[in-house]
Design a protein around this ligand. Sequence first.
Ligand SMILES: *Cc1c(COP(=O)(O)O)cnc(C)c1O
Length: 448
Amino acid sequence: MESWSQRDLKYIWHPCSQMKDYETLPPMVIDHGKGVYLYDTEGKRYVDVISSWWCNLLGHCNPVINAAIKKQVDELEHVIFANFSNKRAIELCEKLINVVPKGLCKFNFSDNGSAAVECALKMSFQYYYQTGKPNKKRFITLTDAYHGETVGALSVGGVDLYSEIYRPMLMDVVRVQAPDCYRCPYGKTRGNCCCECFAEAEKTFEQYGHDACAMIVEPLLQGSAGMKIYPPLYLKKLRKLCDEYDVILIADEIATGYGRTGKMFAFDHAGVAPDIMCLSKGLTGGYMPMSITVTTQKIYDAFYDDYNTGKAFMHSHTYSGNPLACSAANAVLDILSDGKVLENANKNAVYFNALLNEKFSSVKNVGEIRSIGLINAIELVKDPISKTPFDPKLRIGYQIYKKALQKGVILRPLGDVIYFNPPLIIERDTLDFVTDIAKECVTEVLNS
Ligand SMILES: *Cc1c(COP(=O)(O)O)cnc(C)c1O
C-alpha cells in the first residue's frame, strides 16, 4: 500500500512550492488537530506555531466553533447572497460593527483574502469614477507589500518572489519606499523616531496623490516581507496625508486583524480608522474560506442610486456570505467578546518575547528579534554588524524548517526570518518548548 504522501504527490500540485523539494521532504499529511497541536498520519505531534498559514486563531477543533458549524450545517449550508440573505451573515455584521474601527459600517463579503483586496481596489476606483473625479485611477502601495495572489492583489504587492515573473500582466502602481526599521536609513530605532521615513510617502503623494484613488497598506506588520514591523505613528501620518489628497486609505488587516498585534486590529494602535478594511484569515478562526471588505457610509452612498444610473457595485462571488463560514465567524467573536483571550495572549506575548531575547540574543547570527502581539520574528544575518543577509541560495530558513519538523515544531521561515505566529490560545509551557526547539535548530543549522 502506498503511503498517504505518495498518493498525495501523484495528483496534488501544492501551493507556493517547488514540487521537486517534495522528493526529499514529502508533504506532511495531517490526520487531525487539537488546540495548538497537529497530528500526522503516523500519530506524530507538531506544534502549529504558524497558525496554519496565520489563520488559526483559537486552536484546531475548537469545541465552540465546531458546535456552531455542526448546528448550522443542519439548518442551511449555503444560499445565493444577491437578492437573498441569511441569518448568520446578518448576525455577524451586527457583532462586527462593535469591534471594527469607528466609521466602518458596510460589509461586502468575499471568500478569500485576495478577493477582499480586489474588491477594495475596484470599490476605490469606482468611487472616484462616479463622484466626479474620474482622473483618480492610480493605486499607491508600499514596497515589499503583500496583498494576495490574484492579478490585482499581486499588482499592489511588492514581494518579487511572488510577483516578478508576472510583471507584464500586472497593473502599473506607484510604490512608496516602505519603513525598514531594522535597517533604518535615517539611523533611528523603531518606536523611538518621528517616522522620518514618512518623507518618502509625502514625496510620492506630491507627485501622484492627485491622480490616486487609493493607498493600500498592511498596517504595522509587513508579514510576507519577513515580519517587518513599523510604528503606529506611520499610520497616523498616512491617515492625514490621504485626507489631504482625497485618497482612500485601505487597511489590509487580513493578517494583522483579530488580535494578532495585541489589539483587535492593527489600526487600533494608531487611534485612526481606514476608509476600507479587508478581513480574512482569523475572521473564521481559520475554519472556512471567507473574507469581508468593510467600508464607510460615505463610500457606500456613492454607489446608492436608481438602478439605471449604473452606479451599483456589480461585484460578486458565488460563496459570498456563506452561512457555514459566518457561523464560524460568529463563534469566534463570541469567544473573543469578553476580552479574556486577548488579555491572556498579551500577557503571554510579553513572556514569549522575553524568553526569545534571553535564548537568542547571544546567538551570533541573530540580527534582530522583533515582536508585535504574539508575533515574534528573528532575522538571521551573515553579519549582524553590517546587517548583511545570508546568500539566499544557502536556504538557511528552509534547513531550519526541516529540522524543526523532525523535532515536532512547525516553523516556516520567510527567507532567513524565523517567525512565530501561534494561535492566541497557546500556553507558556508550549512557548517554552517551541523556543527550546527553535534555538536547537538554529544553532545546529548555523554550525553545520
Ligand atoms: C494572506 C494574506 C492575503 C491573501 O489572502 P488569501 O486568502 O491567501 O488570498 C492578503 N493580504 C495579507 C496581508 C495576507 O496575509
